[in-house]
Each structure stands twice: as structure tokens, then as C-alpha cells.
Design a protein around this ligand. Structure first.
Ligand code: NAD
Ligand code: UDP
Length: 319
């Protein structure tokens, strides 16, 4: 049985990846310190004999007994309000945390895949974004803590690949959504759905002309799984190219939820990217991958999830 370590396993993507690897017949070690994650996301695995959990901060030395075949490094605050609230931890998990995990991969002769992001392109001047675009990031802006942490993460990963011959994979993830997103993580989908469920107006930041391209979690996980098993060491975009303005997206959510509320406009956060759309030609060619779930279907499933939360969860403002 192949053994895989997944960091950030109690988070949104990490918990879905854990489910996928267990389904594929792997033994999974999940690691998390719960800084933005939730025990609830892995509760269903408590009795699973092929899953074990280690509560640990990956910025501290990591020790794992026995062999490891694969490592997936997904630990990191990922939503703007999270990384603005915990900026130093965000920088540390991308730098010190990645360094520890690369050292572990080298020691165990394991293949490691690291979770990078479309955010390394910053406010992009190339559209749609291809992997060979270097990006447009404000290093000292408030979002810089996340963007630069991820850019450093890519650099140190390539250094371990080139200098130590570690088998590395880099996925650049574009906005992903689905069940187990945290209702109060500030990202636009939980924000709008939470507002609709609480009977509040939907808050559009800026004039709503900025765009995003949303990928359903099962598609994202499938792309990541295929990339890990490929032999390609350079970054690959995995996301859904179906682009929409935030204003039009708010209208879709109003229709889906049937809320009688309206949209209200608030200030655009500093350095909020104006457009974002993955070019996925490389993923198609290399991995034979493209997304299958369209937004209407994915949003319906996600809304059902948010509707199933308790009143207490719906009104809780802090994690
Ligand atoms: P999340 O906040 O739901 O999950 C992150 C998990 O990492 C949490 O469970 C958190 O407790 C854990 N964590 C953070 N710091 C840690 C540390 N020092 N030690 C141990 N555990 C730690 O976020 P997510 O959306 O699941 O994102 C997962 C990964 O994917 C992140 O690396 C993120 O940058 C990347 N990513 C996500 C998206 C997206 O749309 N969701 C887009 C691009 C990149
Ligand atoms: N956004 C918004 N209202 C909200 C939350 C977010 O208009 O209540 C906007 C945000 O400014 C950004 C887009 O939605 O332009 C996506 O934001 P999110 O935080 O989900 O992802 P990211 O900016 O990291 O792509």
C-alpha cells in the first residue's frame, strides 16, 4: 500500500484530497494544526484504518516513522481575510514549512507536490494566464504575504529538484469551491451564500467588474491527482477557464438562492486582481485533464452544503 502525507488535511482542499487518496487505495497520514481548518472536515475518517492524523505545525521540524511515497503540501491560510489576519504564519508556512517538507521528501526519497496558486500571477497583465507568465505582484502590499510566500515556495521547490534531485510537482490552483469551505472565510462564494442564507444584502467589492473563474473541488482534486502521478516537474495551472464578473456572479447567486436581498457595493480591497482566468492547455496536453462540472451544477451542490449547516455555524463570525 502506497503511503502519502497530506499537510493541511483538515482544510477544504486537503480533506477532499484525503478522501480521494483513500478511495484510490492509499494509506494517508493527515497533518494539520487547525489554524484555519476544522476537525469536522476529517471526522468521518476517525474509524478508517488507512487514515492517521498528526496534529502538528509544519513550520516546526517534522518527523514521520517509516517510509513515505508521496507528500502533498497543502497547509497554508488561503483566503484573503485569513492571511491578512495571520500574515507571519502565512509567510512561515510557505517558506519554513515548505523547507521542512522538502527536507522530509529528500530523506524519504518521496515525491512531493506543493500547492501553489494563481495568486503568484498577482494582478495579471497577461490574460488568460499561462504558466510562462512571471506575474505582477506588489511585494509590500497586504496580499504580498501570501503571494510571495507561494512564489518562494515555488523557488525552493525547484531548487530542491535541481540541486538535490528531489521529485517535485507544482500545481497552480485557481479559485476552487465546494462543500467544506468555511462559511466565514471571506471568500466570495461562502460570503454570498452566507449572506443569502442570513437574509443580508450581498456585498460586492469595487464595481464588480473584476473577474474570477471558479473550479468545482472534485475537478480540482482530479487534476492534482493526475499531476502528482505525471512526470512533469514544472508548474501546471489547474482551474476552470469559465470566467465571470463578480457582479454577474452575484446575480447568479441571487437566482440560485431565491434571496429577496439586493447587492450593495463596498471598497475594493488593496491589490485585488482585476481579472483571472487559467489557460489550461498544458494540463489538457500533459494530463488529459479538463474540468467536467459546470458552475450551475457545482454551485447547487455547494449551496446544499451551506444550507445543511446549523444556525450556530451560520451566525458564527470567527473560526
Ligand atoms: P484551508 O484554510 O481550508 O486549508 C488549509 C489548511 O492548512 C487548514 O486546515 C489549516 O489549519 C492548515 N494549516 C495552515 N498552516 C498550517 C501549519 N503551519 N501547520 C499545519 N497546518 C497548517 O485552505 P484551502 O482552500 O483548503 O487551501 C489549501 C491549499 O491550497 C493552500 O496551500 C492554498 O494556498 C492552496 N490554494 C487554494 C485555493 C482555493 O481556491 N481554495 C486556490 C489556490 C491555492
Ligand atoms: N468579493 C466580493 N464580495 C465579497 C467577497 C469577495 O465582491 O463579499 C470579491 C473580491 O474582492 C474578489 C473576488 O470577489 O474580487 C474573489 O474574492 P475571493 O476572496 O473569493 O478570492 P481571490 O480574491 O483570492 O481570488
Amino acid at each position: 500500500m502506497k503511503k502519502v502525507l497530506i499537510t493541511g488535511a483538515a482544510g477544504f482542499l486537503g480533506s477532499h484530497l484525503t478522501d480521494r487518496f483513500l478511495k484510490e487505495g492509499y494509506y494517508v497520514i493527515g497533518m494539520d494544526n487547525f489554524i484555519t481548518g476544522d476537525k469536522k472536515n476529517i471526522q468521518h475518517l476517525e474509524e478508517n484504518p488507512n487514515f492517521e492524523f498528526i496534529e502538528h505545525d509544519v513550520t516546526k521540524y517534522i518527523s514521520i516513522d517509516g517510509d513515505l511515497d508521496y507528500i502533498l503540501h497543502f497547509a497554508s491560510p488561503a483566503s484573503p481575510i485569513d492571511y491578512l489576519k495571520i500574515p507571519i504564519q502565512t509567510l512561515k508556512v510557505g517558506s519554513l514549512g515548505t523547507h521542512n517538507l522538502l527536507g522530509l521528501a529528500k530523506d524519504k526519497k518521496a515525491r512531493i507536490l506543493i500547492a501553489s496558486t494563481s495568486e503568484i500571477y498577482g494582478d495579471p497583465l497577461v490574460h488568460p494566464q499561462t504558466e510562462d507568465y512571471y506575474g505582477n505582484v506588489n511585494t509590500i502590499g497586504p496580499r504580498g504575504v501570501y503571494d510571495e510566500s507561494k512564489r518562494f515556495q515555488e523557488s525552493i521547490t525547484m531548487a530542491y529538484h535541481r540541486f538535490h534531485g528531489v521529485e517535485t510537482r507544482i500545481v497552480r490552483i485557481f479559485n476552487t469551491y465546494g462543500p467544506r469551505m468555511r462559511l466565514n472565510d471571506g471568500r466570495v462564494i461562502p460570503a454570498f451564500m452566507g449572506q443569502a442564507l442570513r437574509g443580508e444584502d450581498l456585498t460586492i467589492f469595487g464595481d464588480g467588474s473584476q473577474t474570477r473563474s471558479f473550479c468545482y473541488v472534485d475537478d480540482e482534486v482530479d487534476g492534482i491527482y493526475r499531476l502528482l502521478l505525471s512526470d512533469y516537474a514544472y508548474p501546471v495551472n489547474i482551474g476552470n477557464p469559465n470566467e465571470i464578473t463578480i457582479k454577474d456572479f452575484a446575480e447568479e447567486i441571487i437566482k440560485l438562492t431565491g434571496t429577496k436581498q439586493k447587492v450593495i457595493y463596498q471598497d475594493l480591497p488593496v491589490n485585488d486582481p482585476m481579472q483571472r482566468q487559467p489557460d489550461i492547455s498544458l494540463a489538457k496536453k500533459l494530463l488529459g485533464w479538463e474540468p467536467k462540472v459546470d458552475r450551475a451544477e457545482g454551485m447547487k451542490i455547494t449551496y446544499e452544503y451551506f444550507k445543511s449547516l446549523t444556525e450556530e455555524e451560520l451566525y458564527k463570525s470567527e473560526h
